[in-house]
Each structure stands twice: as structure tokens, then as C-alpha cells.
Design a protein around this ligand. Structure first.
Ligand SMILES: [Zn+2]
Length: 514
């Protein structure tokens, strides 16, 4: 029955409108955290501080069994509350007492504790469950990536529902312990530090710990046959990378890129300040997808990112997110520019560092590449809408915005903003409005008109972000180079190759979003 509830955008809207009025009794937490892009994602009424996820996985069958223990605090009196989850639940306990539970909507797990929770009360929620994630579809797709030797959870905004129940929205960050038992010979990789690994009776258990707050979509799980590489950077940061044993011709280029993680982090630290986490690294599983994702402290890369050879630019992009996106997370999904604009701009800085085109040269090229009337300019990076959240324009126009900011506030203030913003909101959440206020405070310049033009107004701004000439006047639009006159920066193809990050949108048939 409930599978047919969401048959169209109109049907979904009617359902959402109906929930608070008809279905939510007094004291029930809302089934969404209040994000207009994804009304049912996350939940209201509580705040999670820690996830303890304990799993057993069989790669031959993709069978996943688990118990997740959630430490939360009620933010209102609660007779009932929701988690987001898609696997089959056999038992729920709240503060040690069995709780009634029901699967509703697409990914709602509705929990009624035996004893209501008072505002401010601590809750320990235990959920036992099992399923075959690759066979579980929600909104017409599965985010679980089945591989010949296992499975992968890495997707934005959705991926958690297929392996742990939670408050699935970046506004509620928490620490994580992930413990996974797999048959000997299979590896289980997750975020943070590998605390311990033990083998017994043909099974190996891997215990991972993420001790810094982490958004649920940045939690990742990789199950399969990997070669693990460990190292320590000159600054003492442990780095753990993992490569599927089945990468074929991409194996060399993947290693030649991801093994430079420590070097790239050192370089990024010069712009963004100290690396915010206690460990770093990436993994390249044998998936057929094309995207990469900034999963916290352990980046997910599709082998296709390296199909044309090594690509350090994608490594720069995903590692830049560790500051812009992971440590400082968006408050609402409409704040996506704070993630993608800055990660893309880091690639432009890397291009400059590699002598393959300066940020200003790439700016001139991108502006010229898209003439007035190009649909590229229809996307507003400051509020692209859920369907265009990962549109190339969010990345490229987003980075143009940052170059426009740089040219407006000047080099000194700009690089102070880049470095001090991640410190200002470390391990927290922030909005574009807060960024504007911060940049205005640091630079002493009003930025409302600039950001309104570049982030919130459809259409091509009359002039590209031009470097101010020595005299201080700005270029007139007529003085800008014509499209034909701007040469392609040498780094352009590598930067474009990163746009494989957008292909996860293909999983979502048009109109299937809530
Ligand atoms: Zn990105």
C-alpha cells in the first residue's frame, strides 16, 4: 500500500501536507527535519550525539544484519519519533524497553517508546535489523552499490538508509563507531581510524571510529577485497588508502592519484588551515559508477575517475570538502554552494599551483564558454533546487562567484576568509547568509549585491569576474575577451573529469523526488 502513496509530485505533496494535520498526534516528532528540498529527510524532536553500528555482512549474498545503538537527546516532549531507514527491522528498544515500531512512507521508521521522552531527556535507541541492501529500492532507486565481491555505501544525499537507521540530515551530526564482521579475506572499511581488527572462526571483525562530528551522508562503508596502504604524513597524520584488487587497467592511475592524499592535504592546509580530522585517506572500490564523494576522512572514488589517467584534481576536490562540507557542513541542502563552489575553486587553485592555468584564466574561460542564453546561467548556485543541486553550474558558476569575491575584497582579505571560515564553524553547520556576514566582517565590504548577482539571479552577469587593473577601475563588459579568444586552460579536462560526481543524479528518475 504505502509503496503506491508516492505516485507523482502532486501525490507526494498531498501526502506531506496530510501528515502533520491528520497523522501526527500531539508529542510526535515530525517525519522531516524541515528542509524544503527534501521534506521527509531527517526528523524532528531529537538530536543524535553518537551512532554505534554493529554489522555482519556476507559478500556472497549481500546479506547485511545489524544492531545500531543511537544516543540521542529529546529536543521536545516526545510520545513518538522517527528514524530514516529502509531495511527490515525486527526489534526496537528505547531506554531498555521494547518500543512499538512501524515502517511508513518511503524511509520512515516510526517509533513509539513505552515511556514518552521528556524534553531534554537522554534516549538510548537500539534497532535490530537485516536485509539485502542491493534489493531495497526507495524513490525508485537503491543507493547501495553492489560489487562482484561485496557492496558500498556512498551517496549524496542518500546512502544511510541502506545500512543504518538515523536522523538522516547533515544538520544533525554525530560521532560514529562502525564495527563490521566479514568472512576472512574480505575487508570492511569505514570512516576514521581502524581501532582494532580481530579474526575468529573464519570471520574478521573491523572496528572503525570517527571521533569528530560527521553528517550521516558522509558515513561510508566499503565491503570487498581490498589492498590496504598505510602511511603517516610528515606532519604525523595517519593515512589509510584502500584499492579494490579488481581495478584492472585503472589500478595504476588510481594509486598514482590517491597516494598523493598526504601531499594534497599539506597543500590545502596552507589555504584552509589545519586539517580538521585525526586520519585521512581514500578508497577505490570496483564499482561501475563515475562519481567521487567526500566521505569524511575516507574519500570514495569511482575507478572511472582514473580511466583517462591519473587525476590529482579530483583528489584536491574531495579533500577540499574535508574543510568545506565535512567539518563545516551545510545547514540546509540549498546551502550546497558552500560545499561545491569551494571544492571546485580549490581545483582552480591547484591548477594555478601546477602551472596549468590560473584561477583568473579559468574564470575567463568558463565565463566565455557559456554565452548569454546558455541554460548554464539558469541555475542559481545559491538556491539551485533539489533537481539541480549537483548541476555543473553549481560547481562552475559557484567557483566563478568565489573568483568574483576574490577580485572584490582583494587578495589579503580573500585568503583570510578562505582560511578563517573553516575555523569559525569547525565541526558545525553554517548557511550562505552566515558566510556573507563573515566575509563582510573580514573584508569590511558590503557583498550583498555581488552575491545576489552571482548566486541568486538567473542569467549571465553582464561582466565576468575580472581582476581589477592596476589603476583600480574595473573592466567594462566590452573589454572582456570574446569567447573565441580565451584559450582552454591546460587543467580544464582534468577538472571537467571530476564532473562525474554529478552522475549520481541519474539514479533519480525525474519526478521521483519527495
Ligand atoms: Zn564536491
Amino acid at each position: 500500500m504505502r509503496k503506491r502513496l508516492i505516485v507523482s509530485a502532486a501525490g507526494a505533496a498531498a501526502l506531506l501536507l496530510a501528515v502533520p494535520a491528520a497523522a501526527a498526534p500531539a508529542g510526535a516528532g515530525t517525519p522531516g527535519i524541515g528542509d524544503p528540498y527534501y521534506p521527509t529527510y531527517g526528523n524532528g524532536g531529537y538530536d543524535v550525539s553518537h551512532y554505534d553500528i554493529r554489522l555482519t555482512y556476507q559478500p556472497a549474498t549481500d546479506r547485511l544484519e545489524g544492531t545500531t545503538t543511537i544516543l540521542a537527546t529529546a529536543t521536545q516532549d516526545l510520545t513518538r519519533f522517527n528514524l530514516d531507514f529502509a531495511l527490515d527491522v525486527s526489534q526496537v528498544l528505547v531506554n531498555g524497553r521494547p518500543a512499538a515500531h512501524a515502517a511508513t512512507g518511503e524511509q520512515e521508521l516510526e517509533i513509539t517508546p513505552a515511556v514518552p521522552l521528556a524534553k531534554g531527556a537522554a534516549a538510548t535507541v537500539v534497532v535490530r535489523y537485516a536485509g539485502t541492501p542491493s534489493k531495497v529500492s526507495r524513490y525508485g532507486f537503491t543507493a547501495w552499490l553492489r560489487t562482484p565481491d561485496g557492496g558500498i555505501a556512498a551517496g549524496e544525499p542518500e546512502s544511510a538508509w541502506w545500512w543504518f537507521p538515523g536522523n538522516d540530515h547533515p544538520a544533525d551530526k554525530a560521532t560514529f563507531d562502525v564495527s563490521v564482521q566479514v568472512p576472512d579475506g574480505t575487508q570492511a572499511i569505514s570512516n576514521g581510524t581502524l581501532v582494532s581488527q580481530t579474526s575468529r572462526l573464519g570471520w574478521t571483525r573491523y572496528n572503525w571510529r570517527q571521533n569528530k562530528p560527521q553528517a550521516t551522508y558522509l558515513a561510508t562503508l566499503a565491503l570487498g577485497r581490498f589492498e590496504i596502504s598505510t602511511d603517516t604524513t610528515p606532519g604525523g597524520l595517519p593515512v589509510l588508502n584502500a584499492y579494490s584488487k579488481d581495478l584492472g587497467d585503472n589500478a595504476g592511475a588510481a594509486r598514482a592519484s590517491v597516494q598523493r592524499t598526504g601531499e594534497v592535504l599539506d597543500w590545502l592546509s596552507g589555504y584552509f588551515g589545519p586539517y580538521p580530522f585525526g586520519s585521512a585517506g581514500g578508497y577505490v572500490p570496483n564499482v561501475t559508477t563515475g562519481y567521487a564523494l567526500e566521505t569524511q576522512g575516507r574519500v570514495f572514488y569511482s575507478p572511472r575517475q582514473f580511466a583517462a589517467g591519473s587525476n590529482t584534481s579530483v583528489v584536491v576536490h574531495e579533500l577540499a570538502h574535508q574543510w568545506y562540507g565535512d567539518s563545516v557542513s551545510l545547514q540546509r541542502w540549498s546551502d550546497i554552494w558552500l560545499n561545491e563552489g569551494f571544492a571546485r575553486y580549490a581545483q582552480w587553485l591547484w591548477s594555478e599551483h601546477e602551472n596549468e592555468g590560473t584561477a583568473q584564466e579559468i574564470t575567463d574561460y568558463v565565463y566565455a564558454l557559456h554565452p548569454a542564453g546558455d541554460t548554464f546561467w539558469n541555475v542559481k548556485p545559491g538556491d539551485p533546487g533539489p533537481e539541480r543541486q549537483f548541476d555543473a553550474a553549481v560547481y562552475d558558476r559557484g567557483a566563478l562567484t568565489i573568483q568574483a569575491l576574490r577580485n572584490t575584497v582583494g587578495e589579503e582579505a580573500f585568503f583570510r576568509i578562505l582560511k578563517e571560515w573553516p575555523a569559525e564553524h569547525r565541526y558545525g553547520n553554517a548557511t550562505i547568509t552566515q558566510f556573507q556576514e563573515f566575509a563582510e566582517r573580514v573584508s569590511g565590504k558590503p557583498l550583498g549585491d555581488l552575491l545576489n548577482t552571482w548566486l541568486y539571479t538567473a542569467g549571465r552577469p553582464a561582466a565576468g569576474p575580472a581582476a581589477p587593473p592596476a589603476g583600480g577601475a574595473t573592466f567594462a563588459a566590452a573589454a572582456r575577451p570574446s569567447a573565441d579568444a580565451v584559450p582552454e586552460p591546460r587543467s580544464w579536462k582534468q577538472i571537467r573529469a571530476t564532473d562525474g560526481v554529478h552522475d549520481h543524479a541519474e539514479r533519480h528518475p525525474a519526478g521521483s523526488r519527495p
